[in-house]
Design a protein around this ligand. Sequence first.
Ligand code: PRP
Length: 184
Amino acid sequence: MSDAARQAILEPLIREEDLHQGIKELVDRIATDFEGDELHVIGLLRGSFMFTADLVRLLYRHSIPLVVDFMTVSSYGGGIESSGTVNMIRDIDINLSGQQVLLVDDILDTGRTLDFASRRLAESYPASLKTCVFLDKPSRRVVPFEADYVGFTVPDLFVVGYGLDYDGRYRELPHLSVVTSEDG
Ligand code: PRP
């Protein structure tokens, strides 16, 4: 872990209660769209672990039957800049053929990760494939990609918390913060 990550100065951006209110409204929309249908939720690790966990618990309250699995992909390594290449670390175990699928990630940034993961899932011929992100940073897009469900749209800031990391740190924050200084 770098000294810069350890000594970063963070400023709050989205408070925990506002974050949960936004996600609740997002899940209300998803539940309306999928009412009565079984949904296969695929979370992209590692960043989406917290968002996916909250999402599926809220969907449960809407009585949406779920199958939940995770796929691990990585393009950033430990750093800030995307390498430009998305690597498959661990694929899903379940068969998505003919299923309604919701692909979940923490953030849509350059678009490379969701483009890669959604192409991979489409190879399984799901009946439908929708994407859901906690955060969207449209100003950073390199690959044209729009998510079907977006929790919050954010400017081009280095954000951490609620699953998002800086060199492995800060994923555990229950709110979203901005890294304002990396040298303490
Ligand atoms: C981060 C994040 C998204 C992806 C978005 O993952 O979790 O999956 O980058 O960026 P993109 O739109 O530019 O592709 P990362 O590769 O850092 O791995 P992580 O999930 O383990 O943090």
